[in-house]
Design a protein around this ligand. Sequence first.
Ligand code: URA
Length: 303
Amino acid sequence: MSSGYDQLLGATIQHLEALKARGVRHVAVAPETLQALALPAPRRVAPAPVDQPSARATSPLIPVRVSPVAAMTPPVESPALFTAEAKTTFAVPLDPAGKAAAFSELRTRALACGKCPHLASSRKRVVFGVGNIESPLMFVGEAPGADEDERGEPFVGKAGQLLTKIIETMGLSRADVYIANILKCRPDTPGESAGNRKPTPEEMTTCLPYLHEQIDLIQPKVLVALGGTAVEGLLGKTIGITKLRGTWKSYRNIPLMPTYHPAYLLRSQALSEKRHVWEDMLQVMERLDLPISEKQRKFFTKA
Ligand code: URA
């Protein structure tokens, strides 16, 4: 009969093989797990016959020395640690062809998704994401609206046009960055012909693995979370975006800049809020070592 250790090892290998088959090329591992994995595997310990007490000291099956860390840490962590919740990512760079293939497989899977039957039946298109999968910069929004649902592309409506302007003011184009959402389907609004609604926590939990996989594959150097829902989806934080914006956070070791959603800027129309977003983008540009002109620096400074 296999030991608990063997069963756990088997389950872990099976889980990693399944991830590999889905195109995932690296996993997030908690630092303490990494430390434990660096230790030699524990040897099987034959129970010492009661009449041979000295066997413990001499059998080759018995570890001679147990390090203090090994003594405190289970030999193999549960496969549950290899999830989005783990805090640290040790990313192995992917070759572009392998990345493109894995991304295409992920996209195919997402486009056929029916995990939220109410959204699968109300959507016109799944809005997977758009842009350069080799980009060091990735923007994450909330969910598609009516325009995005129609076109199958994120941020193409009024808020999207403003986001495009922001990206262009940074000296980039939409094709230079990657843009995705927490939710890949438009949240349905039964009985209403217009308007949007915030994704429910269940919808977010169901859809988030697609975004986690997108980020895992793209491996951006900087993430920009547009609005409170994006921050909540990526960091699990529920404190307001007003408090969070402009301060660097971290998503699995990737620097993350929370900022206002462009739809909020359209609603508010306050110059001060636009300036805040621009200040956040200047921080992003600095982090990415992008050139910043005098004009860009002074964009919103009062004359
Ligand atoms: N708002 C979002 O959060 N995402 C879109 O794609 C469009 C509008």
